[in-house]
Write a protein that binds this ligand. Sequence first.
Ligand SMILES: *Cc1c(COP(=O)(O)O)cnc(C)c1O
Length: 386
Amino acid sequence: MNQSAVLKPAASETGDPFLLTPGPLTTSRTVKASMAHDWGSRDASFVAINKAVLARLAEIVHGEGDYVTVPMQGSGTFAVEAMLTSFVPPTGKVLMLINGAYGQRAKRILDIARRKTVAHETAEDAPPELKKVEAILKRTPSITHIFVVHCETTSGILNPIAEIGALAAKYKKGYLIDSMSAFGALPIDAPAIHADAVAASSNKCIEGVPGLGFVVCRRDALAATKGNATTLVLDLYDQWANFEKTGQYRFTPPTHVIVAFHQALQEFDAEGGVGGRGGRYRNNCRVLVDGMKALGFELLLKADLQAPIIVTFRMPAHPRFVFERFYDGLKTRGYVIYPGKLTIAESFRIGCIGRLYEKEMHGLIAAVRDVLDEMGLTSLTAATTE
Ligand SMILES: *Cc1c(COP(=O)(O)O)cnc(C)c1O
């Protein structure tokens, strides 16, 4: 056969493009391989695997003893909806701290469930204003809960969950956190920050495959949620009560996803848990940010607000920069990035999470340079003044 000059794209261990996205993510070969079996959902070996997964998830947020993990079949949003609709009673009112699409989505969930909310909304590049949050809590005693997104994946901003938790404790409010894109990479001490519930999923920083959400709940708070749920399937209390009674899911569990999650948790532990995983992502983020800045790209967020999870870049203004060509050029080279979701600025996003190392981040930067060349853009900074 003729050796052609066709570009050989970068690829994962299984020959797939690297996903530099906020989920689903690139997973290890061993996580994928663990799914090549069938399990009965009542099988003792599956029941034991599931139990180990749930116990480990609670430990990751220092919840041993006082907290329990309730899994929820589905994507991460199913877990967020289960958390909100199970914890907030019909008489409740939730202070929603919103600075992106996931905060908006959580409010929509409560609107549909006809639960009252009060929103404190800040720009997508600004954290909640704690003084204003406290003022709202002071003047609105009918508020029963506070909700916040830990890392708002819309921009990649890190929200101050500990400071908000201190306010929740001071004003005796329930505290519900969507930590979907941070769980396992950024430290969470659930008891110390007074969290009642922390929601996340199998396919973000733990690097499992998509299909299972979960909520780590303070046992006492969960016990008080009986009868709150607005749907049968998303009733966290009922799901938990059934586990306590039978060790089983009420409805068919995603068995393969849970076994892969178990494998992913073992790899997470082998990497050194939150410290090791978070450290790798911080390093990925550093290589990404330094490399992109050197090529003339600008970041949306100030450095102290940027979580090492996903980075938002402003869309270059140069007329020769066409995002579709940029995206396709990177895809051809084996790197899948993510369009922006901001309302305040044109942007695109590149994730630091998943089974990606420094080598892949350097590979991505080389590919970005190459695609810019192809578009006739050697330097974006020089280009904008043309
Ligand atoms: C990914 C994510 C979710 C859940 O999204 P799904 O598509 O339902 O898995 C929720 N909140 C945040 C902050 C996320 O990053």
